[in-house]
Write a protein that binds this ligand. Structure first.
Ligand code: ASP
Ligand code: MG
Length: 406
């Protein structure tokens, strides 16, 4: 007998028929003599609709009330699933985040989980109940409803799995696992059977949007095995687990890409202390996350400073930097939105040399110019012209031996 946490995403509970399918899956797991706790997302599109409605009332609606509103999406699906299970004669009951003991800080819209009081759920499952918890939400110590940020029900699931010491956290979604590259642009991409938390963390931030990144950080910290799989098939998906020796035999596990970055360069910046702080502090204040930074030294004691930021914040960032440039007497501010970042990720890199040169050679062979490079222990990323993204992903996928055999 195992304790299994199952999380179903918005597309898996998009209508009553799909909720019925979810109920059948939950019932089957329960009938195999497992304890089951289910975490749900809102129906696909519902959270967006609620946000639109709130934005009709005010440009930036009251944050506390917005969370009360957004939490209803998950409240709806939790009740509907519990009802469906009861109709099928299973002892199910639904629960909101705060009832399940999910205590967060008070950052409305992006709250962090502080602790989870698991006793209540545990008591219920000991009596063989199926507990259905509304994901994406909790409450602060004062009882105010909070939400965990978009995609946050993944984090709810992993956090609850960890608090319950569940044997596994299954994340049911509309894709059948994590792939070696985006199958939409690389037809030779393969489903990965096992991947480490660290690889997932490096992929997630680079555009593999299957799991909310925070949930992977949580899973790693508390060592929760996560199984990402499709709610529309019986096939096994991808296990996200701690690193093991077998994983290192593969140098590169995946090739990812991210078209959501833009690049800004400040030219002829005075090379003296405090200048970088002047350039980046106002971005941080505006909540703009800078990813890569490179600095080129010019002979005249000046530097060119280039960095990447999310494309969606390009305009704001450019405005900020034009002001900064005037202040620090930089020559110019150049912006470029037509870039993409391609990365190779793999824990095997730690023990293999030549990965970077293989990557650079592969891109060079296709005449793809590399504008920026950054590396971590298990990742190498290159910024290239956006129009070469697909080509770059495909040739790297082949070069690192990831292509599926046909
Ligand atoms: N319903 C929320 C969202 O759309 C949370 C989730 O689905 O994980 O972001
Ligand atoms: Mg999701």
């Amino acid at each position: 007998m195992s304790l299994i946490v199952q999380k179903y995403g918005g597309t898996s509970v998009a209508d009553l028929e799909r909720i019925h399918n979810v109920a059948k899956r939950v019932a089957k797991t329960y009938d195999q003599n497992n304890d089951v706790v289910v975490i749900l997302s809102a129906m696909a599109g519902v959270t967006d609709n609620l946000i639109d409605m709130a934005n009709t009332i005010a440009e930036s609606p009251d944050k506390r009330e917005l969370d009360v509103l957004l939490a209803t999406g998950e409240q709806t699906t939790a009740a509907l699933l519990a009802m469906t299970l009861k109709k099928m004669n299973y002892p199910a009951l639904s629960m909101l985040g705060h009832q399940a003991g999910v205590i967060t800080d008070r950052s409305y819209g992006n709250a962090r989980i502080i602790e989870i009081g698991a006793e209540y759920i545990l008591k219920l499952i000991q009596k063989r109940n199926i507990v259905v918890v509304a994901g994406f939400q909790g409450s602060d110590v004062g009882g105010n409803i909070t939400t965990l940020g978009r995609g946050g029900s993944d984090t709810s699931a992993v956090a609850i799995a960890s608090a319950l010491k569940a044997d596994i956290c299954e994340i049911y979604t509309d894709v059948d696992g994590i792939y070696t590259a985006d199958p939409n642009i690389c037809e030779k991409a393969r489903k990965i059977d096992r991947i480490s938390y660290d690889e997932m963390l490096n992929m997630a931030s680079l555009g593999a949007k299957v799991l909310q990144i925070r949930s992977v950080g949580f899973a790693k910290k508390y060592n929760v095995p996560v199984h990402v799989r499709s709610s529309f098939s019986e096939e096994e998906g991808t296990m996200v687990v701690s690193e093991d020796a077998g994983m290192e035999s593969l140098v590169v596990s995946a090739v990812t890409h991210d078209k959501n970055q833009a690049r800004i360069t400040l030219t002829k910046v005075q090379d003296r202390p405090g200048v970088a702080a002047k350039i980046f502090a106002p971005l941080a204040e505006a909540g703009i996350v800078v990813d890569m930074i490179i600095q080129n030294i010019r002979p005249e004691g000046q530097t060119d400073l280039t960095f990447t930021i999310p494309k969606a914040q390009f305009k704001t960032a450019m405005e900020i930097e034009r002001k900064v440039a005037e202040e620090i007497e930089a020559q110019d501010v150049l912006g470029d939105k037509n870039i993409a970042m391609v990365s190779v990720v793999g824990v095997g890199m730690k023990n293999h040399s030549g990965v970077a040169s293989m990557m650079f050679n592969t891109l060079a062979r296709e005449n793809i110019n590399i504008m920026m490079i950054s590396t971590s222990e298990i990742r190498i990323s290159c910024v290239i012209e956006e129009k070469y993204t697909e080509l770059a992903v495909r040739v790297l996928h082949t070069a690192f031996g990831l292509d599926k055999e046909d």
